[in-house]
Design a protein around this ligand. Sequence first.
Ligand code: ACO
Length: 401
Amino acid sequence: VIDIRSLYAKTGAFTYDPGFTSTASCESKLTYIDGDQGVLLHRGYPIDQLAEQSSFMEVAYLLLNKELPDSATLDKFTHTITRHTMLHEQLLQFYRGFRRDAHPMAIMCGVVGALSAFYHDSTDIADPHQRMVASHRLIAKMPTIAANAYKYSVGQPFVYPDNSLSYAGNFLKMTFGVPAEDYEVDPVVESAMDKIFILHADHEQNASTSTVRLAGSSGANPFACIAAGIACLWGPAHGGANEAALNMLREIGTPDRIPEYIARAKDKNDPFRLMGFGHRVYKNFDPRAKVLSKAATDVLDKLGISDPVLDTARELEQIALKDDYFVEKKLYPNVDFYSGVILSAIGFPTSMFTALFALARTVGWVAQWNEMITDPDQKIGRPRQLYTGPTQRDYIPLDRR
Ligand code: ACO
């Protein structure tokens, strides 16, 4: 391992690494990925064990506080989160400023960024207590903010949080419930939702997390930093891929059309890519995709839904895994490949998929942000560049150009 800092101090050299494919920007104790082996650990715990055996609240506590909670600590943490699920009433006015067809991620960028104007008592980043309150507020309010974005888009009244329910159950009720009517949370759906949240909770220095860290490195308040993370996550090469993957599967329609799309993905003159395939770090398989592949069958079976999209997805996976192009380039289904099938079966419109991703990833973002603030080596993030523009030249007055 080259110590870049001492190399730079001695030689003034720096690395040119577009996309940061081989540059570590920080030290972290949160999440470990071995892309060649398909391993993902949160504070040492394998993701498949967490997804099968723990809850999202446990994982949130683990990422924020280093260890798994005991039962009393988990109760206290869950209570703390539920105390913060309400949104300031005035914040609800924000939604009315958006067009009804606004993308939920556009609304979330705005509303989350605006939280800093409402919660002044948790924006002093030097105070560990305020940092934790801000983190709890963000984790607690994201389901309310996302559910309200959905309600606004369909023209229904907002449903206030029900703190007697689980984190996932409350989110489902705020999204699909109607005020003054009973809403029964389906335990199968609740458990699938919780699993999806766990699988998206953190993924070390991905683009949106790096964005949160970079924004936070300037001392910006946590709400603004998370809004920056949401903006980055929105892109189709990152969080937007689950929406794009389901749209692609629907466009393919039936398994007999798969070869046509495989051919397009391989054609260098066609910008088309198989959405939900490939990953910057996983060059074997994405362990989250494995959990979700099974969960997709479970949820659809239990809900009694027969969706041809799932058949198309399974067939596409099988064909791609045997195709030389995908094998050579080590392109496997990623977390986004099956999550859309499940979310669609639950009843979410595709435009909400990335919003759900943002909701879950908020846990990772705030945990990473806290880790960065307390890192004694932390400096403002300031990448270098290789300048390739014109050399120095004299200004030409307007009338002589
Ligand atoms: N379909 C077809 N070809 C692909 C795909 C794909 N999905 N992904 C990568 N390739 C090809 C590229 O064309 C490139 O080929 P080349 O070497 O002949 O030029 C090669 O594989 C390497 O691709 P890069 O884009 O250089 O790999 P990178 O690590 O930068 O990109 C990424 C990873 C962005 C995820 C890419 O695989 C992709 O665009 N996938 C589709 C979008 C997607 O599913 N994103 C979700 C990622 S997971 C997440 O964010 C939660």
